[in-house]
Design a protein around this ligand. Structure first.
Ligand code: SF4
Length: 91
């Protein structure tokens, strides 16, 4: 019986260790992706960002708009009524 308990205990520890290592690896990859996505944003100046729309083109109708004053490609606070050169019609 003791032998069986030791075997179960070893298996449980191994499973716990494998799960923990797997979870840490996944979290690490997520953190790397988030950092990479942040690093790939360009400055407002690089895309000629302006706080006003260009005709009917505005940030909150752009495919790159993230909401909450944020853009997937341009760094900093972005106005929903802003515009830049990489504006792309949201589908
Ligand atoms: S127009 Fe689009 S790409 Fe340019 S800042 Fe606004 S949301 Fe971002």
């Amino acid at each position: 019986m003791t032998h069986l308990n030791e075997k179960v205990s070893k298996t449980t520890r191994r499973t716990l260790l494998q799960t923990t290592v797997g979870a840490l690896g996944a979290l690490s990859l997520l953190g790397l992706s988030a950092r990479r996505a942040k690093a790939e944003k360009v400055s407002k100046a690089a895309v000629a960002y302006q706080d006003s729309p260009k005709g009917s083109q505005r940030c909150d109708d752009c495919a790159l708009w993230e909401g909450l004053n944020s853009c997937k490609q341009v760094e900093g606070a972005i106005s929903p009524s802003g515009w830049c050169r990489i504006w792309t019609k949201a589908s």
